[in-house]
Design a protein around this ligand. Structure first.
Ligand SMILES: Nc1ncnc2c1ncn2[C@@H]1O[C@H](COP(=O)(O)OP(=O)(O)O)[C@@H](O)[C@H]1O
Ligand SMILES: [Mg+2]
Length: 261
């Protein structure tokens, strides 16, 4: 795929987003976030974010460093910080906005955080078994090892001794063994060699084929756009673009303004 066309064509005009407003309220998609606001103490960070994702779709949530991507994912997963003060989050007709993080996880939201949080002192298999302690459970370990043969080979090895790529696979696998509907990935490619990124991208496509809906946050925006169906771009905690991944790949001015690529 040709990603960056060497065009200097035209000025980028700010799109009209009014057509997206209230979309979540009027036509709930499988997963929708509507007018979400969240604070760290007095700091107002997530400033009215809305987007929708259809079942089985991959959405790339992009934006420069500090744009509010991680904060948005954390607010969606109902973590305590940042504190969401306003907005609605709907997943398959369930309202996550009234749930605790624990309840949201049970309802099918799984956040794979940037630092992966592999539990020290536990083997690969024990990390996965621990995730299955709470009902409802999702994929079996056999199914996980089929998707990630390297995790199967290393099932008796301590999780934190794996390579970065393998730890990322384990972090994703840990989400899959829960009964998952939406996978939230925060910078899954960070610090990984391109061949490992290829491998993880392949597995994310397989996960998509299994019907799981994914939101991927990535600094490596081109790679995320190659994987994603749609893209939302954030800037200072607000949505500045909502469209197809291909539109972002084709729009050099948009990428330069909001993604610095
Ligand atoms: N725990 C926190 N307390 C206060 N401010 C924070 C905290 N975490 C992030 N921020 C601020 O929120 C803004 C958005 O951060 P973040 O969501 O991490 O952005 P991104 O993931 O897009 O890089 C930044 O200005 C950052 O400094
Ligand atoms: Mg972040």
């Amino acid at each position: 795929m040709t990603l960056v066309e060497e065009t200097t064509s035209g000025k980028y005009e700010k799109p009209d987003f009014s057509k997206y407003e209230n979309k979540a309220a009027t036509a709930p998609a499988y997963f929708s976030v509507h007018d979400l606001h969240a604070y760290y103490g007095e700091s107002y960070i997530v400033q009215g974010v809305s987007f929708t994702v259809h079942e089985g779709e991959i959405l790339a949530l992009l934006g420069r460093n500090g744009a509010g991507k991680t904060s948005t994912l954390r607010a969606i997963a109902r973590l305590e910080s940042p504190q969401a003060t306003h907005g609605e989050i709907w997943l398959d007709h369930q309202h996550l906005h009234s749930m605790s993080s624990h309840e949201a996880a049970k309802a099918g939201i799984q956040l794979v955080p940037e630092d992966r949080r592999i539990i020290p002192g536990l083997t690969v298999e024990e990390n996965l078994q621990l995730a299955q302690i709470i009902e409802p459970v999702g994929w079996s370990l056999d199914r996980v090892y089929e998707l990630f043969p390297r995790l199967g080979e290393r099932r008796k090895q301590e999780g934190v001794t794996l390579s970065g790529g393998e730890q990322q696979m384990l972090a994703i696998a840990r989400a899959l063994v829960r009964d998952i509907k939406v996978l939230l990935l925060d910078e899954p490619y960070e610090g990984l060699a391109p061949v490992i990124v290829d491998e993880i991208e392949k597995t994310l496509n397989i996960i998509k084929q299994q019907g799981i809906t994914t939101v991927i946050v990535e600094q490596n925006a081109i790679r995320a756009l190659m994987l994603a169906d749609r893209a939302v771009i954030l800037d200072t905690g607000t949505v500045v673009f909502d469209g197809t991944a291909q539109e972002v790949l084709d729009n050099e001015a948009l990428r330069a303004e909001y993604l610095a690529i």
